[in-house]
Design a protein around this ligand. Structure first.
Ligand code: NDP
Length: 297
């Protein structure tokens, strides 16, 4: 395989042997290098996975740099939408969702984008909760990037109905309009999180997906009332670790899972997109578990 390994200095202070990277602003502490660098070593591919703090106005410059020096990169908040204008190709579901989290650099320097967030969610929800999207009715709290990736992946995999619970009607309305444009047979409805009907609606759905930022801080309020979570059939929280949503589900005997495996499987799918081969998922999983345990401890 002819793989470029970065040798030039850059304004992003990547390690000299970077082959892959994640970009965002502010980028903070990403867990992606923890998963991908061991996966590269296990596959016998030279190079490491770096982190670059790239501002919105630098995205074009970053893409020129990446096309010359990297094999691919991931994109996190706030660039998943803005990156699209700099790419040569984008796969249809990612283009419809308006969100790209993975870019591959071709041997001729062309940049191809996809989103592995939704697929990572589907892999995780199947493994942890036995969820299958075909013909399903799902409820999602949130209408941001994660909710968008999940909703489009579920719709593309044959979901029948999606209920969106979001604070801002403008954002959920835009997501609903995009979903209905691309999936005319899909039923989409919009709700405020604390409607009188919320418990009954969640009970009627096969899976409730928590995809807001609420829960990142220990004292965050619940995204929907506790009584509604208690009536869910299954709960998936995109945040890693045991949030208040998961505590509430556990207290009421509702099967539930956190976002760790979604992170793992979006990463595994990204690796396959870059190299055309599956990574050693067990190594990625162990590295991730070690890093998360370290964070908590
Ligand atoms: P965005 O910033 O795009 O969206 C945030 C969402 O949270 C919006 O729907 C927003 O509602 C809602 N929200 C934020 N603050 C509040 C509040 N105070 N009250 C009510 N609603 C609120 O973020 P992402 O979609 O990228 O991420 C959402 C979550 O998913 C994060 O916690 C992130 O950690 C997690 N995530 C996990 C991944 C994984 O691999 N496990 C991958 C990606 C994300 P509004 O529209 O009203 O502002």
């Amino acid at each position: 395989m002819d793989i470029p390994v970065m040798t030039a200095d850059s304004s992003w202070q990547l390690p000299a042997d970077s082959l892959l990277a994640v970009i965002g602003h502010p980028i903070g502490h990403s867990l992606s290098p923890v998963m991908h660098t061991p996966a590269l070593a296990a596959a016998g591919i030279a190079g490491v996975y770096g982190i670059a703090d790239v501002r919105t106005e630098e995205l074009g410059k970053w893409c020129t740099f990446a096309a010359k020096h990297l094999k691919g990169f991931n994109i996190t908040v706030p660039h998943k939408e803005n990156i699209i204008q700099f790419l040569d190709k984008v796969d249809p579901v990612a283009a419809a969702a308006g969100s790209v989290n993975t870019v591959r650099v071709g041997s001729d320097g062309t940049l191809s984008g996809t989103s592995t967030d939704g697929g990572g969610f589907l892999d995780a929800a199947a493994e942890t909760l036995g969820f299958s999207p075909a013909g399903s009715v799902i409820a999602i709290a949130g209408a941001g990037g994660a909710a968008r990736g999940i909703a489009f992946a579920c719709a593309a995999a044959g979901a029948k109905e999606i209920m969106i619970f979001n604070r801002s009607r403008e954002r959920s309305g835009a997501l609903a309009a995009d979903l209905q444009k691309h999936f005319p047979g899909l039923t989409v409805s919009l709700w405020q999180p604390d409607e009188a009907d919320t418990p009954g609606l969640l009970e009627a759905s096969e899976l409730f997906i928590q995809a807001t930022s609420l829960g990142l801080k220990a004292d965050d309020p619940l995204p929907v009332p506790a009584g509604a979570i208690a009536r869910c059939r299954r709960v998936y929280d995109c945040i890693y670790g045991t949030t208040r949503v998961l505590h509430t589900a556990l207290d009421n005997g509702v099967p539930c899972a956190d976002g760790t495996l979604m992170l793992l499987y979006q990463g595994a799918r990204a690796f396959e997109y870059w190299f055309g081969q599956k990574p050693d998922v067990d190594i990625m999983k162990k590295s991730l578990a070690g890093a998360l345990a370290g964070r908590v401890g």
